[in-house]
Design a protein around this ligand. Structure first.
Ligand code: ATP
Ligand code: MG
Length: 626
């Protein structure tokens, strides 16, 4: 089992590093798979290979994606490709006309002829048929695997599964040979230059924190990790002098006999790093990161297509005239797959996210010019990457919602292996996670920030009106002179049954009586001085308990100045994120009118505070509890 990496540990480790370069290398060490995690994956692959060989003689199970491409992180999914080419040949020859017998008893395991293979003809079977068969084998014959489900709707259909003991999630695909090529390409890049991994890990984490990327199940308008990684590699290809070769250059290094055509695309490139000329580029990681932000803060994503093949941005007019150009799906963010040249790997990104990516890069570039980025703080303040990683927010409008938005990302990382497993076993994974996040929000608003409930919420949801009864407050009003309390009002648009499109939402109607968002850092410091010794001297924010004390202290200091009216009233409405597979929780705030500026203050505070506290609560709470 991997060690849990809490946000505090991450901040602490990064603050202790000597410089930004060291921080970036540190990030890789903190995130990458441990030896034992790798071993487990290897064992699983071996197990799958054994079982599948029984049913599909000659088949191969080949891992691809982040388990093997050099960009692994704790708990990343296990992507597997089931190669059935040999099995097809075997089946064809076994069934062949009499006389053209399979070479005596051919196939690696001729006994299994009468198994599953007699039910299906692999050369004519459709992808969904084969996948259902794969799912059946997984369900019935692979020990320790559960939640097996064929997903036919994705661009690349897969069978999903979960490994019981580790909570590891995985996919098996059958027609995805190109992914093996691009996996090998990413791997080669990590081998070619040691700056690649730290830079990619840093930017992946940054993008996730900024809510620009990182949905573990894909879908939605955010960048996926693969597209972001290609963008970083492209950036390195286009430095002067280049830090990475282009694919065209890598292709020139291959011998003529080594052409590899996959699905009609030329996938040949030199696999041999020893043939590469070492790069003349000597930029430090610290400056490469700053340059990344500068370059893409100013890049015309919609007006050209990023090509790793050529290592340059292709201007649209001429690109569109090319054969592949006519087929590529253009959007506000255009990154051409290095092999499947008519595929835009970022075609899902919408205009708002593209624009926000650019703005976040501009902010990043600006921050990187400051001393806080470049120099370690001698006073123990957050510096370097730490500030860059402070969570960003999606504007509600970007997702078609009214009000002010805070996004709570899905984080497997905070969960213990046991909790993970429980989560994976849940029939409705998204709802299970969402319920937990809602419990956390309630706890933070009510217990940590001492908000008070002002009765059932006016529901800001579109369906149903206010008829349904509101599921009563699980957390009765606290009797501590009520600074703030909260009632969650739960609404299930339909009782049960398959209604995946209709979302559940939960809303809270809150009143804030004290300025609990002001001067928390100072109070935290005071509390620490006052003795209550803390095991870890956390710099930026304490544990849930500490934060509770901080609120209490603020309330005490404010004394009885509390009027008969609360400072602020607002409604918060939580729902699961946009796409079918989106696991984020979107929390939309609507203040009652006429408290604009004060609410802005509170909201800005919550933007940073709430996601952090929720993560802590979710990571800590026993999953099984109510
Ligand atoms: P992680 O799982 O940590 O997000 P990953 O690289 O494994 O990283 P996945 O989304 O699991 O990313 O995708 C697995 C592989 O599938 C990728 O390495 C890539 O080969 C391929 N892939 C993913 N997304 C795309 C895409 N949009 N276009 C083409 N290939 C893709
Ligand atoms: Mg993956």
């Amino acid at each position: 089992h991997h060690e849990q990496l809490s946000p505090e540990k991450l901040v602490q480790a990064l603050c202790q590093a000597d410089d930004v370069d060291a921080q970036m290398s540190q990030l890789v060490q903190l995130f990458e798979l441990s030896e034992s995690e790798r071993r487990l994956r290897h064992l699983l692959v071996t197990l799958f290979q054994e079982v599948f060989s029984e049913f599909f003689p000659g088949c191969a199970i080949l891992p691809f994606g982040s388990s093997v491409n050099g960009f692994d992180i704790h708990g990343c999914d296990l992507d597997l490709f089931l190669d059935l080419e040999k099995t097809k040949t075997f089946q064809a020859s076994a069934k062949g006309p009499p006389g053209a017998q399979a070479e005596e008893g051919a196939g690696p395991d001729s006994d299994s002829e009468d198994s599953i293979l007699s039910d299906i003809d692999l050369t004519t079977a459709t992808v969904p048929e084969v996948l259902e068969l794969v799912a059946a084998v997984l369900r019935k014959c692979v020990p320790g695997v559960h939640s097996v489900q064929a997903v036919h709707s994705a661009r690349r259909p897969v069978v999903k599964f979960c490994h019981k003991d580790s909570g590891l999630l995985g996919d098996i695909s059958i027609n995805n040979r190109l992914a093996l090529c691009n996996t090998r390409f990413l791997q080669l890049c990590t081998e070619a230059d040691e700056r690649v991994r730290p830079l990619v890990y840093t930017l992946r984490y940054w993008a996730k924190q900024q809510a620009l990327a990182g949905n573990p199940f894909g879908g939605g308008p955010l960048l996926n990790n693969y597209a972001l990684t290609l963008l970083v590699l492209f950036f390195l290809q286009t430095r002067s002098p280049p830090a990475l070769p282009t694919l065209a250059q890598l292709r020139e290094l291959t011998g003529d006999g080594n052409q590899a055509i996959v699905d009609g695309w030329d996938c040949s490139f030199s696999q041999d790093t020893s043939r590469l000329v070492p790069s003349a580029n000597t930029e430090s990681l610290c400056s490469l990161l700053a340059e990344f932000f500068r370059v893409f803060g100013d890049h015309d994503f919609a007006g050209c297509v990023i090509s790793l093949q050529e290592g340059r941005a292709l201007p649209l007019p001429s690109f569109l005239l090319s054969e592949v150009g006519a087929k590529l799906k253009l959007g506000p963010f255009n990154v051409q797959d290095p092999f499947e040249l008519s595929h835009n790997v970022a075609a899902n990104v919408n205009e708002k996210i593209a624009l926000r990516f650019q703005h976040c890069c501009q902010d990043g570039a600006k921050y990187c010019r400051s001393l806080q980025y470049q120099r370690k703080s001698s006073k123990g303040k957050a510096w370097g990457l730490v500030r860059l990683f402070q969570p960003g927010v999606l504007e509600a409008g970007e997702l078609g919602l009214d009000g002010l938005l805070i996004t709570i990302p899905f984080t497997l990382m905070a969960l213990s292996p046991g909790s993970r497993q429980q989560l994976c076993q849940a029939r409705d994974f998204r709802r299970c996670w969402f319920d937990k996040v809602c419990a956390a929000i309630t706890f933070v608003l009510k217990d940590v920030l001492k908000c008070s409930c002002t009765g059932p919420a006016g529901e800001p949801t579109e369906q149903g009106g206010g008829e349904q009864p509101i599921v009563g407050s699980k957390h009765p009003r606290s009797d501590e002179g009520g600074s703030l309390s909260v009632s969650p009002a739960k609404k299930r648009p339909r009782p049960e049954g398959p209604a995946p499109e209709e979302e559940e939402s939960v809303s809270w109607s809150c009143a804030v009586w004290h300025r609990v968002w002001m001067g928390r850092r100072r109070v935290r410091r005071q509390l620490r001085h006052l003795g209550s010794p803390q095991p870890d001297a956390e710099q930026e924010a304490g544990s849930l308990e500490v934060e509770e004390k901080v609120s209490e202290a603020i309330i005490q200091q404010e004394g009885d100045s509390m009027g008969s009216e609360p400072l602020l009233r607002f409604t918060a409405c939580a729902r699961v994120g946009g796409g079918q597979e989106d696991t984020r929780t979107l929390l939309c705030f609507t203040p009652t009118p006429q408290q604009g500026l004060l609410f802005q203050d509170f909201y800005h505070f919550l933007q940073g505070f709430l996601p952090r506290m929720v993560e802590r609560y979710v990571g800590r709470a026993a999953w099984g509890g109510q």
